[in-house]
Structure formats: C-alpha cells, structure tokens
Ligand binder design. Structure first.
Ligand code: NAD
Length: 299
C-alpha cells in the first residue's frame, strides 16, 4: 500500500472535451465542403439493452451535429432484409458510417452482415478487413471501445511504449483489439482469459492493467502492482441495480496510480469514438477524389 490514492480518471470530462472538438470538425466540414456527416444504425429486434445503446449513440450524434438514421427491423427479420439495407446504405453518399447493433437474432449470421458493410463506412471497426488491420497496424477505423482506452491513456499522458500491459479478457470486440492496439504502440502485452491459471501472477506484472471480463470484483488489490494504471472496461449490473466494473474500485484505488471508475470511465468513451470515426469517414469522403479504401466485399 502506498497510503495514497489513485487519480480517478474522469472519462466523462475527456469525452466532453473530445466531443467539443468533434463539433468544430463537423462545422468545418459543413462550411468548407457542404457536407454533414451521417451515421446509419440498424437495430434488429426489441432488446431493451440494445435500444438503450442505440439511443445514446443517436444522442451523441445530435450533440456534435452528425445526422443519424435509425433503421428498425423486427426480431423476425431475415438476413437478406438486413443485407438489403446495408447495400442501400453502402451506396448512399450521405451515409458515412454504418453500424449494426449487436447481438443479432439467431437466424442472422453476424459475420455475413458485418462483412457486407463497406470498409470505408465500417465505423465500428468490426469488418474482417479492419480486424485484420489491427495485426498490421493499418485499420481503416479502430474499434470504438479499445480506441477509447487508447485515448484515455493518451489524454492522461500515460506512456505505453515499453510498459507491461496485461489485458484481462480476450473477446473480439474488446480484449483482443485492445491488446493489438497497445502492442502496436510498443507495449509488452499479455492477454488473459477465463482459462488462464492463476490470473494474479500475470496481473501483478502490469504497469497498465486493462480489464474487460464482465465479472464484478474480479480484480482485487493483491492482484495489482503498486502504482499500476488500472482501466476497467467491465460494465455489470448487480441484482440491486447498481452498475459496477470488474475491479474492486475502493480497494484497488488505494494501490493504483490511475484508475477509471464505472460508471463514468471507459463507457463514456465508446460512443465518443464512434462519433470520431463517423466524422473521420465524412472528412475522407469530402477530401478524397478517389476512395482510398476501394475494398468492397460485395463487388
Ligand atoms: P465477452 O463475454 O465477449 O468476453 C469476456 C472475456 O473475458 C472472455 O475472453 C473471457 O475468457 C474473459 N473472462 C471471463 N471470465 C474471466 C475470468 N474469471 N478471468 C479471466 N478472464 C475472464 O465480453 P466483452 O464483450 O469483451 O465485454 C467485457 C466487459 O466489458 C463486459 O462487462 C461488457 O459489458 C463490458 N463492455 C463495456 C463497454 C464500454 O463501452 N464500457 C464496451 C464493451 C464491453
């Protein structure tokens, strides 16, 4: 124990600052090119959680001046119906970003849907081309949650190069891309998952510990090195309605040098990076005479 307490990273404040910058970029696009960035969101079914995520994405668009279009399909929709919408949006010059809210109903294959989205509009970064680009450091768009983690570290001037990074969680949307993106910044990276034996022996090595497992209280103080930076991506709703992360916040904050709270940490950044990617896509479309990303899986 240091007897001191970690700096609590205010994800909300970082997100607010970035969104103000993005608002300026949207105005510049409008003034200089007559272009308004557009995001299309496809929502299949009526899951309350998905509806809530979609609402916050659309509210984020409104805040920075992005035009949004919500396409709602019933839970019984076929894969062909979803693909038809994607094709229409791929060809619509006013749509710069296309997002399909996950999860999808069982009759629809997620991979075929994600791979039909034009890479140049894949603002979630889930197309196989973008996923592959993580390996070579050449994504067209970085996936939003890992990108949010990276932005938090950047904002707090926390160096990554040469540091030991341990990522707990190996999902395709959070753990793996976060590990690859931080490795691209020359960190020494270790990925742990639910089959990892003696998790603590790895987490104790971390200068920067990123936790994305979806298990409340998974990380307790004795698993954290004194002075570590702890980024908690976990988002868990307890039976009493409270939202907590994966880290024992009260215990670990006494040992870490920086820590993100839940809520109010990484969660605020995910939608913000989606807004960023949509604006970036519109900027590319407005300034490029030929698309730098001609790849289409549907040609
Ligand atoms: P997931 O269920 O797809 O993957 C969880 C990963 O954690 C798996 O690799 C699994 O092996 C690992 N894991 C599970 N139990 C473990 C244990 N006991 N020890 C070590 N590893 C363990 O989940 P996901 O989609 O990657 O999300 C992870 C968490 O992050 C969830 O709480 C989710 O709600 C949250 N999340 C937050 C945001 C955000 O914007 N803040 C975005 C996405 C996900």
């Amino acid at each position: 124990m240091t007897g001191e307490s970690a700096k609590i990273i205010d994800g909300k404040a970082i997100a607010k600052k970035l969104r103000a910058e993005y608002h300026v970029r949207v105005e510049r696009l409008r003034d200089q090119h007559g272009v308004t960035p557009g995001l299309a969101v496809i929502l299949v079914g009526d899951s309350a959680a998905s509806q809530s995520y979609v609402r916050s994405k659309i509210a984020g668009c409104r805040e920075v001046g992005i035009r949004s279009e919500l396409i709602e399909l019933p839970a019984t929709a076929t894969e062909a119906q979803v693909l038809e919408q994607i094709e229409r949006l791929n060809d619509d010059p006013q749509t710069h970003g296309i997002l399909v809210q996950l999860p999808l109903p069982a009759q629809i294959r997620v991979a075929s849907v994600l791979e039909r989205i034009s890479v140049a509009k894949d603002v979630d970064g889930f197309h196989l081309y973008n996923m592959g680009g993580l390996v070579t450091g050449s994504t067209v768009f970085s996936p939003c949650t890992p990108y949010g983690v990276q932005k938090i570290l950047e904002h707090e001037n926390i160096p990554v190069e040469g540091r030991n990074v341990v990522v707990v969680g190996a999902s395709n949307i959070v753990g793996k891309p976060t590990a690859l993106m931080l490795m691209q910044q020359d960190a020494t990276v270790c990925i742990c998952h639910k089959k990892t034996r003696d998790l603590g022996q790895f987490t104790l090595l971390a200068d920067i510990l990123v936790v994305a497992a979806g298990v409340p209280n998974l990380i307790v103080p004795q698993m954290v090195k004194t002075g570590a930076v702890v980024i908690d991506v976990g988002f868990n709703r307890l039976a009493d309605g409270r939202i907590v992360g994966d880290v024992d916040f009260e215990g670990v904050r006494r040992k870490a040098s920086y820590i993100t709270p839940v809520p109010g940490g990484v969660g605020q950044m995910t939608v913000t990076m989606l807004l960023h990617n949509t604006i970036l896509s519109a900027e590319r479309a407005a300034t490029a005479t030929v698309s730098p990303f001609p790849l289409r899986t549907t040609a």
